[in-house]
Design a protein around this ligand. Sequence first.
Ligand code: LMR
Length: 395
Amino acid sequence: MLENLKTEPPDPILSLIDMLRADKRPDKIDLGVGVYVDDFGRTPVMEAVKKAEKKLYGEQTSKAYVASIGDAGFTALVRELVFGEALSKTLGARMAGFQAAGGMAALRLGGEVLKRAGCESVWMGRPTWAIHAPVIGASGLAVRWHDYFDPATQTVQFDAMMSALGGAKKGEAVLLHACCHNPSGADLGIAQWRALAELVHQRGLIPFIDLAYQGLGDGIEEDVAGLRVMIEAAPEAVVAVSESKTFGLYRERTGALFLLAKDAQTAGVALSNGLVAARVAYSMPPDHGAAIVRTVLEDEAMKRSWRRELGAMRARIKSLRAVLADRAAAAGLDLESVRGQRGMFSMLSLTPEQVLTLRATHGVYMPENGRINIAGISPERIDALAEKLRQVMAR
Ligand code: LMR
């Protein structure tokens, strides 16, 4: 039967890894996959992570199964990191959570729980992460779109977003990026989060928040301020968390899903649905990444070291943003908006054809939507990059 199948197009983001590997030009520039790299183009294992791994290696006595719920200690610590001690305490047993196989699985299972609960559709802002619609849509939810960001003017279309969501039906979910919007780097301000929270709660919509870049925008606490505003007043919510970037654990598939319900009993029922969905999808999450995060967060010295290193990564991204804006200006190209955007990404106003020209002619790699990974810019190639961008964008 397999001849009935049609070839699927390559993944719009991960396929860049192979393309880049095949390009032998020494001056190629990788602004593709959302992975943090240092000035030397390496994605280092964080010091604290290395320490935690050593500790785990020495202490682990068994490889027996964990359950679908994963590492409960990890989930409790992530809960505190995301929601803060006070809010987490206030929410109490109204919020259930479990470890998931990365933020991706958390999104998929979040969609699954909503679908099982009778939710029919989820709103997403255009543009969003290329995989949001396929992964959440895979649970059977319909995707509805509102405008979010205009690459030509580099602005968040907040009014358009509010007016579209003002027409949303009770019980529909609204996908929100907690911080470091992927692909645009353009986040909502706190007043906008407040206004949005009011609208969402008033209309009986369910916030479905994706948090994948905590600590890479303005700070560990700052990056979840909007999320907390939304959750504080929410009767119900779904929050998918990834620790891929925050702890540099990409391939270890480390994430969590939190389900907020009207009371503890309902949260318990929602949790049981999430766990069944996990069991039939992948049985249980891999242990190693979660064990690392737990070990780091349990130990004051390792935690300090992790915070320091994450802070240095954040500072490097911010400074690259400023340098790119400056050098582009010197080359005669206006990239001023990149300076103030947050996190790993910005989205340039490029047509797919221009993106392909950048790849083929200049060896500059990014997904077709014009998203650039700021962390991928090496300081000694920044002038060359500004010039290449100018040549293509000025046409
Ligand atoms: C990205 O957006 O580049 C990352 O989140 C990697 C991925 O899985 O797409």
